[in-house]
Structures are given as structure tokens and as C-alpha cells.
Design a protein. Structure first.
Length: 148
């Protein structure tokens, strides 16, 4: 079976610290979300850290709420969170000439295979890939529009 992890990558002409600042501020997530599912951040700290929780109002067809927990964290380089379903959204930042290589992953690998199969059948991998690609474009535009 192939890996269930969906990965998109983009080199963004910005400093890794500036990118990480956006990712670690949950209030900015609705601004960069390319999927259109994040409606509002309801609760949580102004800056995420390992173990931090933040509540999100979402909409995929119908509105719902989730609480995410930061489960991977390395200042300036790596941040990942998960919610009750267990899959993770992960961002890895690597400085490169001209900016930062940003890798975003949707990782459902901790879920049972039957759940992974269900995700595939209902099109989550393809839909998530499209939203993730749009997120990285929006992240780049957001950083370009932000004062230095």
C-alpha cells in the first residue's frame, strides 16, 4: 500500500522565521487556508507551542468545531497539530537560497487502514492536496503583503 500522507511543497521567498510566525499564530490560519474550510479560530493562545490547544470553527458542507493540539514543535522549523480524528497537519521549513522551502503534509497514517481507505474513497487525499497547494500560495501572498 502506498503512503497515505499527502505532501505539497513550495519555495517561498521569505525568511523561515517569518513563515513560522504565521503558522504559529492560529488567528492567521483562516487568512492562509486554501481549502476554505477554516471559518474562525475560537480559542487558543496567540502563539502556539508544543501541547497548545486551539479551537477552530470549520465548515465542510455543514459547520462544526474541532480542538487541535500541537503535537510536533521545533521553533522556526517544524509545527504539527492534530484533532480528535488523529490525523496531523504538519509544516516543515528549510532555509534555501532565495527563501524557505515549505513542506506541508496531511498525515492520516496513525489511523486504522479502514479509515485511510474511507478517506481515499471519499476523495480526501485529492481534495486536501488541492487545498494545501492553495494554502502555500496564499501563505506566500500573505507574507508578501505583510510589512517587513
Amino acid at each position: 500500500m502506498t503512503s497515505p500522507v499527502v505532501t505539497v511543497e513550495r519555495t517561498i521567498p521569505a525568511d523561515a522565521a517569518a513563515i513560522f510566525d504565521v503558522l504559529a499564530d492560529p488567528r492567521q490560519h483562516p487568512l492562509i487556508d486554501g481549502s476554505g474550510t477554516i471559518q474562525k479560530i475560537n480559542t487558543g493562545p496567540p502563539r502556539l507551542s508544543h501541547g497548545a490547544e486551539f479551537g477552530v470553527a470549520m465548515k465542510v458542507g455543514a459547520p462544526y468545531k474541532v480542538t487541535n493540539t500541537v503535537v510536533e514543535y521545533e521553533e522556526g522549523r517544524l509545527i504539527a497539530w492534530r484533532h480528535f480524528a488523529g490525523h496531523r497537519w504538519r509544516y516543515t521549513l528549510t532555509p534555501v537560497a532565495g527563501g524557505t522551502h515549505v513542506r506541508e503534509e496531511w498525515d492520516p497514517s496513525r489511523q486504522p487502514r479502514v479509515v485511510q481507505t474511507f478517506y481515499k474513497l471519499v476523495g480526501f487525499p485529492a481534495r486536501n492536496r488541492k487545498g494545501m497547494e492553495a494554502t502555500l500560495v496564499r501563505l506566500e501572498k500573505h507574507l508578501a503583503a505583510s510589512p517587513a
